[in-house]
Each structure stands twice: as C-alpha cells, then as structure tokens.
Design a binder for this molecule. Structure first.
Ligand code: URA
Length: 210
C-alpha cells in the first residue's frame, strides 16, 4: 500500500504560499501568512474526523446535532520549524493537545537522534497530525513517525507546506500507511538539501534568525 499525497490546491492556499516564497516578504507578513495557511491545511487534514451526535436546544427547538467525537486530534510538531504551523492549526481546533518531537542528525552516522520527546498519553485514541513546513529529504519525518508508532499512535497524518519529490518517496517507502498533505510539491532538492524553488530555511524565516 502506498500512502496518499494530497496537494491542497485551494486558490487561497496557493496564493498565500506564493507570497511566502518571495524572499522579500518581511517577517510579520510571513508569520501572518503562515498562520492563515496553517489553518487552511488543518481544515483539509481534518476533513474525515469522527463526529458524534449531541442534543442541543436552539432558540427554536431541540435538535440532535453533530460535534467532534472525543478525544480531539492532536498536533505533533517537529522542532523547531513545525512550531510555526501551530498557531493557525490551534486557531481552528483550540482544544487539540500538542506534542513535541526534537531530532538532530548525528554528523558521523547521519542517523536522526532524539533530543526531546513529549506527546499526549492517549496517542492510540487520537488522530495525530504531524507538522513540519518542509518535507525535504524526509529523514526527520520518517524518524518522528517511527517514534510515534513506538508509542502505539493510532491514526497518523503528515502535513507540510512544501514537499520535495525525494522526501515524499522516502516517507512513502518508510511509512506507506501515513497520508501526506502539502500545499505544493516542488521540483527537487539542491546539493545543500534545500527545496527548489522552496521558500528557503523555514525555521529562519519563521523565527527571524537570519
Ligand atoms: N528545510 C528548510 O527549512 N528548507 C528547505 O528548503 C529544506 C529543508
């Protein structure tokens, strides 16, 4: 089985992503766009969430109406750039729990090494939405999903802004059961591991560190 890749082609998502890619887009504007696009991506990835029925008294009558079944989905951010997607996603689902995964690449073995890991306890009962703006080589995403599966995470999805074909292939090969949602699939990775055309270093652009 090969996991699905959904390119969120909504015109607002495409427009906002283009503005974010522009190297002259300043930090406040970049952050505002990121918040908005994250909300729209969260809308798409949660399209098939389970509902339950509750009784509500409207000003006119009593009615049986749908609400989200518990527990609500959780967001798992891959540090540090993943944090940039949280504000918009939490605007949409304010009750969602948030987990954090920190990984770095060991320069000698090139293996992803865990330096921080804290996720909700009931991962097996939730849709866990793993977020990282750039799916480049895919190695970090693969390692983060391995850690979550080790914790018996139930349903998993991966959301990014921009994906490279190389990263999609790596993720699909390692985790064929995890659907990928992205605003764009770009051309390729360059020799420095940046996505082309991409938007540069997402962490630096979100946090203003360069
Ligand atoms: N990480 C980024 O922030 N940007 C890229 O282009 C690739 C990886």
């Amino acid at each position: 089985m090969q996991n699905s890749v959904t390119t969120v082609d909504h015109p607002l998502v495409q427009h906002k992503l283009t503005l974010m890619r522009d190297k002259d887009t300043a930090l406040p504007e970049f952050r505002r766009l990121l918040r908005e696009i994250s909300l729209l991506l969260a809308y798409e990835v949660t399209r098939h969430l389970e509902l339950k029925t509750v009784t509500v008294e409207t000003p006119v009558s009593e009615a049986e109406l749908p609400v989200l079944a518990q527990p609500e989905p959780c967001f798992i951010t891959i540090l540090r750039a993943g944090n940039g997607l949280l504000d918009g996603m939490l605007d949409l689902i304010p009750a969602a729990s948030v987990g954090h995964v920190g990984l770095y690449r060991d320069p000698s073995t090139l293996e992803a090494v865990e330096y921080y890991y804290k996720v909700p306890q009931d991962m097996n009962r939730r849709l866990a939405i793993v977020v990282d703006p750039m799916l480049a080589t895919g190695h970090t995403a693969v390692a983060a999903l391995e850690l979550l599966k080790r914790d018996n995470a139930g349903a998993l999805s991966f959301v990014c802004l921009v994906a490279a074909p190389e990263g999609i292939k790596t993720l699909q090969d390692a985790h064929p059961d995890v659907p990928i949602f992205t605003a764009a699939v770009d051309e390729r990775l360059n020799e420095k591991g940046y996505i082309v055309p991409g938007l540069g270093d997402a962490g630096d652009r979100i946090f203003g560190t360069k």
